[in-house]
Ligand binder design. Structure first.
Ligand code: NAD
Length: 311
């Protein structure tokens, strides 16, 4: 059995474990600083396995030693965004948490592939990669699958078409400047702009951009967790099954899209080595301008991080 360790057993971490257990993909370890909580959630989930008929070992722990020999480490530890709080406000608090989680788990799982979820996402993935000194194929940020899924859900709501027929691609940084690529999105092969009126499409794009905030505003005491964790589970599955699945993820840019030394949301091919390939779309002038604006926003957070942390 493969092994996946999830650091942070809060809303996204525990729900990721839930989605993963349903897939019977790997044994799972949940690690959190809160005593008893990861153990309690792991035991509760273990007791659900006979009901859903899955043979998965799920263990809760407060120490990183339990993660030994993991194939994948998913880092969700950190503080969630509160109403009125920007993703960037989370920077300093989460840098310390993610940096430690990354370097400590690497000691026990030197071959693991890392999926980062903690916000501000692009910058936390950058921090983790730099702190661990890993090649870029082994550190991947989750953002684009979620943002694209939100757009797909909104298109499905608008059109009444199955979500399975709807392909949307949201790239760029995981922030308000994200880049929903309407030209590359389609409903069963029909370009989105031919299926949805311009005003409806604008509204969908706007709602997608503010998708995270919409959930925060409704929940009031936390941020989204079902969809983000489903995205992490999809990434882990693509990696362990060597699917070569192309999905938008945050990856370290090494010249692609004219960007270097930063994480950014682009289409990547996920396989057993993590990022097998980065796909470069041809962008028109309008899309390029949105990309550049989004990249500037991510660079700003990267720069803020570099002032706080020695990398
Ligand atoms: N990238 C995305 O698309 C996306 C989506 C949703 C949430 N997030 C981010 O994911 C993070 C977690 O969100 P959540 O809703 O699960 O929050 P949560 O508060 O429910 O869970 C976070 C958990 O991390 C734990 N933790 C804190 N420090 C730790 C440490 N040093 N080691 C281990 N565990 C530690 C906390 O005890 C808590 O249980 C937040 O930063 C949030 O903004 C990102």
């Amino acid at each position: 059995m493969n092994k996946i360790s999830i650091i942070g057993a809060g809303m996204t971490g525990a729900t990721t474990a839930h989605w993963l257990a349903e897939r019977e993909l790997a044994d799972i370890v949940l690690v959190d600083v809160v005593e008893g909580m990861p153990q309690g959630k792991a035991l509760d989930m273990t007791e659900a396995m006979p009901i859903i008929g899955k043979d998965v070992n799920i263990l809760g722990a407060n120490d990183y030693a339990a993660t030994k020999g993991s194939d994948i480490i998913i880092i969700t530890a950190g503080l969630p965004r509160k109403p009125g709080m920007s993703r960037d406000d989370l920077l300093s608090a989460n840098a310390e948490i993610v940096g430690t989680a990354a370097t400590e788990t690497l000691k026990h799982s030197p071959d693991a592939i890392y999926i980062i979820l903690t916000n501000p996402l692009d910058t936390m993935a950058y921090l983790a990669m730099k702190k661990m000194g890993l090649p870029r194929n082994r550190v991947i940020g989750q953002a684009g699958i979620l943002d694209s899924a939100r757009m797909r859900a909104f298109v499905a709501m608008e059109t009444g078409v199955s979500v399975e027929n709807i392909d949307c691609y949201v790239l760029g940084g995981h922030g308000d400047e994200m880049v929903p690529l309407t030209r590359h999105s389609n409903v069963a092969g029909v370009p989105l702009k031919d299926y949805v009126s311009p005003s409806k499409l604008d509204a969908i794009v706007e709602r997608t951009r503010k998708g995270g905030g919409e959930i925060v505003g409704l929940l009031k005491t936390g941020s989204a967790f079902y969809a983000p964790s489903a995205a992490c589970a999809q990434m882990a599955e693509a990696i362990l099954k060597n699917k070569n699945l192309i999905v938008p993820c945050a990856a370290h840019m090494e010249g692609e899209y004219g960007l270097t030394d930063m994480f950014f949301g682009v289409p990547v091919m996920l396989g057993r080595n993590g990022i097998e390939k980065i796909i470069e779309y041809s962008l028109d002038d309008g899309e390029k301008a949105m990309f550049d604006k989004s990249a500037e926003a991510v660079k700003e957070t990267h720069e803020a991080l570099k002032k706080l942390v020695q990398l």
